[in-house]
Design a protein around this ligand. Sequence first.
Ligand code: ZN
Length: 238
Amino acid sequence: MYEDLVTLIDIQNLEKQLQDEKLVLSEIEKEKELDSLLIRFKTIKESLNNYNESLELNVKAYRELEIKLIDVQEELSSLEEEIYSGKSNSKELHYMLQEKDNNRELVNNYEEELMRKLEEGELFRDEIDKYSLEEEKLSKLIEEVRFNYAKEIQVLEDKIKSLQDEIIKLESKISDKLLNEYKTKGERLGFQLACYIKQDGICGGCHVKIPSRTLRDINNHKTAKCDECGRYLVIEKN
Ligand SMILES: [Zn+2]
């Protein structure tokens, strides 16, 4: 029975380690670092999409203006041709000169507008370059973090597996009766059905002083439980 109880304490310790590793694993799986990176990545993507859309509209508007400008310039040169042909009377000439001025002004306006569109397009391109660079860096970082998590998780899972294997191996070494008692009563006792007696004759489970009668029994190789908490008491032999 003594050996069984010592083995049970080993099982309990392994079980404790197992729970700790599982906790670490669940913490890693809940890890917020990746979440915040993914949120940032999404924001960058959205900005990038917005700037690309704006640039597309800008390019379209620029082309439309160019076409308008060409039309007005064509009209302007045909007006000039007619004005200089000398075929028109003064009334017609007056009207055409006015038209010419109007078209000149339109040309100026279109040219100014084109310059503005060009500058605006440059700004959009700069922003797109900036965000693309950031997107690239961030996606590399996310890949790295994911890789490291996967590695960490693998290490922990291996550890958990080996602890579980070790527990199963040790469980096969103790009597079915004790194992059964551990499985049924263990939970109530925080999975500590057996514990070592502390140096000053204190129960390692509940820290209450063990009566000298019980200590004598244990020293005489009898199996005894703590009166207070009901755990098996075991002398630690080094
Ligand atoms: Zn106790």
